[in-house]
Design a binder for this molecule. Structure first.
Ligand SMILES: Nc1ncnc2c1ncn2[C@@H]1O[C@H](COP(=O)(O)OP(=O)(O)OP(=O)(O)O)[C@@H](O)[C@H]1O
Length: 309
């Protein structure tokens, strides 16, 4: 292998003549946490299904844990689909063992590990309780344990945060970090930028079936210049000519991109001109700002609407 858990080039898929995914290139380093970020309908699920070998692309190549036929790696992969579901009458422990067995783990080992996972994560009281007696969030957590019980080398999670409350989302973030720290590669899709920003080293930004960006979160953010916010004591004066083109003023705050020459020459001009500096902040743009610049306002708005639903 070339250090990549997943590599895909030019993946293309159409359904009934309508393009769903158009030329997706992805490189997921082993042991990393990788996010596929985009609004609903962008093509995230279709991309994950192609990477896993659940559906075949119409064109393009993919390699999963070194296998060009992804299903050959199935025993070393854990997959949490977007459509969740467990058997309501099965106990939590048995559900985890059952999911492990589907990936080749002996049931007895699955039962022991399943009980351990539940106990270690504060769900010890539910080991032998049927799924139907659990809350939706707990059942989702049980399904997640079933996804990792066979200790896969690669975990693929489709919108794992949706349907979870803030506490369980935090637990899931911890679990994802623990898995990556132990060498497991994690790839997940999301329409919530904050999750990708907190967790991922690399992301693919996808909109309308196309990859708009693929690379590190830092590189995405570095596409935009840092923003300067400045409050001057004096509202007007000759010093204003020193402010860069495109400067805006809102509620007494001047706002502009950090000039490539840095902040010092500008500050000197303002101080010498008698503007008086009352407040100054230089903020590096976040992934949200980068997303807007890369995928456009419309896609960003769509994401936000979906996230607050
Ligand atoms: N089996 C299918 N048959 C027909 N169209 C499909 C199929 N699967 C996906 N599509 C279409 O492909 C496009 C991409 O869908 P996909 O589910 O991959 O997006 P997504 O980003 O995962 O969004 P969501 O989170 O809503 O599932 C959509 O227009 C969808 O309707």
């Amino acid at each position: 292998m070339n250090g990549l858990a997943i590599e895909a080039k030019g993946l293309f898929k159409a359904f009934d003549g309508k393009t769903a995914v158009d030329g997706v290139d992805i490189a997921v380093p082993q042991g990393s946490i990788y996010g596929i970020l985009g609004p609903n309908g962008a093509g995230k699920t279709t991309t994950l299904r192609m990477l896993l070998g659940i559906i075949d692309p119409d064109a393009g190549e993919r390699s999963l844990l070194g296998h060009s036929e992804p299903l050959e790696a199935a025993g070393r992969v854990g997959y949490l689909p977007e459509e969740r579901g467990l058997y309501p009458s099965m106990t939590a422990r048995e559900s985890i063992a059952f999911m492990g067995a589907l990936r080749g783990l002996p049931l007895s080992i699955g039962r022991t590990r399943g009980a351990g996972l539940l106990r270690d994560n504060g769900l010890g009281d539910y080991v032998d309780k049927p799924i139907k007696s659990l809350s939706k969030g707990m059942a989702q957590t049980v399904q997640l344990f079933g996804t990792i019980v066979h200790k896969p080398g690669l975990i693929v999670l489709d919108e794992p945060f949706s349907g979870l409350d803030a506490i369980n989302q935090g637990r899931l973030e911890t679990l994802i970090r623990e898995q990556a720290a132990s060498g497991t590669t994690v790839i997940f899709s999301t329409h919530v930028i904050a999750h990708a920003e907190r967790l991922c080293e690399r992301v693919a930004i996808i909109a309308g079936g196309r990859i708009r960006f693929e690379g590190t979160v830092a590189d995405a953010r570095d596409r935009l210049r840092p923003q300067v916010r400045l409050r001057t004591r004096v509202a007007d004066g000759g010093w204003r000519t020193a402010l860069p083109a495109g400067t805006t003023r809102d509620d007494g705050i001047w706002q502009f991109e950090l000039p490539s020459s840095g902040i010092e020459p500008l500050l000197k001009a303002l101080i010498d001109g008698g503007a008086g500096i009352e407040e100054l902040s230089i903020e590096r743009p976040g992934l949200h700002d980068a997303f807007v610049a890369i995928a456009g306002e419309a896609a960003a708005r769509q994401m936000q609407e979906q996230a607050t639903r």
